[in-house]
Ligand binder design. Sequence first.
Ligand SMILES: [Zn+2]
Ligand SMILES: [Zn+2]
Length: 168
Amino acid sequence: MNVSYRCPACERPARAALAAGAEVLACPRCGHALRLPAGAWEGGRVNRCLTCPSQDLYVRKDFSQRLGVAIVLIGFAASCVTWHFYYVTATFGILLGTFLADALLYVLVGECLVCYACRSEYRGVEGVREHGRFSLETFERYRQQAARLRQRRAPHEEAAETRSGQAP
Ligand SMILES: [Zn+2]
Ligand SMILES: [Zn+2]
């Protein structure tokens, strides 16, 4: 399994391999050893986020949005050229091909586990499907918490946005 997270010591994005049941996660950049929270593992499976105390994790397709968008943009640019030269069939062929390439890529990629709170990502996780899918409600809760924390750090910024955006 490997973990992508933001190291709390050097605050840079880090990626490290981790064996199931490990107790310490060492930052490959600065060497900071992060002690994993109690109950992080359950029978060799990730039970909660290993890099923050959050228990809310969700499963998502490990699909690179950047790559997906790049494919669409390249397809769109190519179709503009063929459209300009009145190659109608080629234009629609390219657009359809672009759509199929994106769909195929989406189906072929694996799944990864993501923490709502700190956005750490876990790949190659055993039993990944036992975790829930993305929930907008939970995501919003964490987003608002993070916004409140930011405002506490920067009190001159008006708190109005958080108050108006609070969940009922
Ligand atoms: Zn570090
Ligand atoms: Zn986390």
